[in-house]
Write a protein of this length. Structure first.
Ligand code: ZN
Length: 199
């Protein structure tokens, strides 16, 4: 396995519509190696999701993992606000996303292809993803809260959509400034600090 370089914004691969994989391709050593590399790259970053275009491969392939240890730095209130619970490692191939219900949630999120800049993005609270797993078996996953956010973020990557396309641009923050000014705050508190633009 190998940790691969994560492509940064500006690289056109992040704007391409990734192509679907056949079951035959999925079974090849090449694609299984790619999945192993994506897992290692996501863990090394560290991140909670990685899409193949982020390592320069325009394929409909995503890995996700949100282990409990990543959630230790948050208070119970913060975890509750994010509706964030641990998610085991899994692979999604050719995912199709369906929004369930009409509830939306605003939260700060980041992206490994944006040097982990943070920004407030409005996402659906609940979604379903129908996909294949790494063995080519059909899988259907329903996610709410933070996991639904990860699913939407990663499936967007396969369509050439990145989080800044959907964000409130006034909330864009470097990682250091996010921690300094907004880290312990709710989105409403952060937006109150940022204020409205002068007319
Ligand atoms: Zn991303």
């Amino acid at each position: 396995m190998a940790v691969r370089e994560i492509v940064q914004v500006g690289d056109p691969v992040l704007r391409q519509h990734a192509r679907a994989l056949t079951r035959e391709e999925l079974a090849t050593g090449e694609i299984q190696q790619l999945i192993a590399d994506m897992k290692e790259t996501m863990r090394a970053a560290p991140g909670v999701g990685l899409a193949a275009p982020q390592i320069g491969e325009s394929l409909q392939l995503v890995v996700i993992e949100d282990p409990a240890e990543y959630q230790k730095g948050f208070t119970p209130e913060q975890l509750a606000a994010r509706d964030r619970t641990p998610v085991e490692f899994h692979v999604l191939v050719n995912p199709k996303l369906t929004v369930l219900g009409e509830d939306t949630v605003q939260q700060f999120e980041g992206c490994l292809s944006f040097a982990t800049f943070n920004m407030v993005v409005t996402r659906a609270r609940k979604v379903r993803v129908d996909a294949l797993d790494e063995h080519g078996a059909p899988v259907s996953r329903v996610g709410t809260g933070w996991y639904a956010r990860i699913l939407q973020h990663e499936v967007d990557h396969l369509k050439g959509i990145v989080c800044v396309d959907r964000c409130d641009p006034r909330t864009l923050s470097t990682p250091a400034n996010y921690t300094k000014f907004y880290g312990g705050k709710t989105v409403a508190e952060a937006k109150a600090i940022i204020g409205k633009p002068a007319r």
